[in-house]
Write a protein that binds this ligand. Structure first.
Ligand code: UD1
Length: 358
């Protein structure tokens, strides 16, 4: 059987890498298509290298743009790309980005079976573009590969037949566990002069947090208070970098240790040595739980509630008082310890292949 994997953005790469390895181990023929939604070396190329991904067989070069423009360009280019490939048995789409939805819609209409990797997650927040991508992709896909029981319940509630759902666990944790020794050897904290367990790591890129200068300023002033206690290392996403180019905001961000976006291994080297993670990312909430490092999620909701119920995550929102209070607690050693949920065991990708071959 031929499996076509479609990736587009940074958070897709670490999900697909273990699945491609597991497919290869089982002798499946496969192709990798990169839509090009993320195109910077630091947002894309370095991940291929760090994760041992093969170079994409096809690169669609869609680039940035409005949601409609990105999704539409992905669809046109992927439809054309499918015409140049032998007919696939499966198209695998990971996550919740615009490339995910675009590829799923094209494939399913071409009569090709679609498997959605990381299916069933719901924030129940329709102002989040990713939530719309998740709902639509789940309802298009033939096979829903879920990471946790809450995802299974969400899909059942939406009327998706259980026969289409396979709980496989968390493929991101496969990448994390496989990469941890190599990541630690990078010694990024040491190179930045940081003591292990003596610093925090921050990421921030959600439009709801960074696009409105007033919201961003409020967050940065709370984070500056955390930085008064421990260094806060902040790898800055391109979207956020552009928003910080305002005098007042640049000043507030000066309290933080701004660095360029990190590659997969360097970032894991940083997070694995941190006392605390502060983030509005989805994936990092799971990685924190995988690492056992306390995490404060700077959003009003999460599509990954198992990281709160079983892991190290606390959803604090954007209230500065709550952020500072919870950060202090974690830095005082009162942060959540948590445990790794069932099937977050480093072998999720093998179960993905089982489901594809069933
Ligand atoms: C996208 C995903 C989001 C994911 C994030 C991870 C959607 C709807 N959103 O958001 O779910 O968490 O990626 O990074 O798919 N840019 C660069 N270089 C790049 C890519 C983008 O400079 O390689 C710039 C763009 O020009 C734009 C900004 O970064 O100004 C935002 O990029 P965009 O692709 O619109 O969305 P993300 O915020 O990255």
């Amino acid at each position: 059987p031929l499996v076509v994997h479609v990736v587009g953005t940074r958070p897709n790469f670490m999900k697909v890498a273990p699945v491609m390895r597991a497919c290869a181990a089982r002798g499946l023929e496969q192709r990798l298509v990169h839509t090009g939604q993320h195109y910077d070396a630091r947002m894309s190329d370095v991940f291929f290298e760090d994760l041992g991904l093969p170079p994409p067989d096809l690169h669609l070069g869609v680039g940035s743009g409005s949601h409609a423009a990105m999704t539409a360009r992905c669809m046109l280019a992927f439809e054309e790309a499918l015409g140049r490939l032998p007919p696939p048995d499966w198209v695998v789409v990971p996550g919740d980005v615009n490339s995910t939805l675009a590829a799923a819609l094209v494939a399913v209409k071409a009569g090709i079976r679609v498997a959605h990797l990381e299916a069933g997650l719901r924030s129940f927040d329709r102002t989040m573009p990713e939530e719309l991508n998740r709902v639509a992709t789940d309802h298009l896909a033939d096979l829903l590969l879920t990471p946790s029981p809450d995802a299974d319940r969400n899909l059942a509630r939406e009327g998706i037949p259980a026969a289409r759902v396979a709980r496989v666990g968390n493929v991101m944790i496969d990448s994390l566990l496989a990469s941890l020794p190599a990541a630690r050897a990078r010694e990024v904290p040491e190179r930045l002069g940081l003591a292990r367990g003596g610093y925090a790591v921050l990421t921030l890129h959600r439009p709801s947090n960074v696009d409105d200068p007033a919201v961003l300023a409020r967050l940065l002033s709370a984070l500056a208070r955390v930085a008064a206690r421990v260094p806060v290392v902040f790898p800055v996403h391109p979207r956020t970098r552009a928003r910080l180019e305002v005098p007042g905001l640049a000043g507030l961000a000066g309290a933080l240790r701004l660095v360029e976006p990190q590659g997969y291994l360097d970032f894991l080297s940083l997070t694995s040595g941190a006392a605390l993670l502060l983030t509005d990312s989805g994936g990092l909430q799971e990685e924190a739980t995988g690492l056992g490092v306390p995490c404060l999620t700077l959003r009003e909701n999460t599509e990954r509630p198992i990281t709160v119920d079983e892991g190290t995550n606390t959803v604090v929102g954007t209230d500065p008082v709550a952020i500072v209070r919870e950060a202090e607690a974690a830095l005082d050693g009162r942060g959540k310890r948590g445990r790794r949920p069932e099937l977050w065991d480093g072998r999720a990708a093998e179960r993905v292949v089982d489901a594809l071959l069933r």
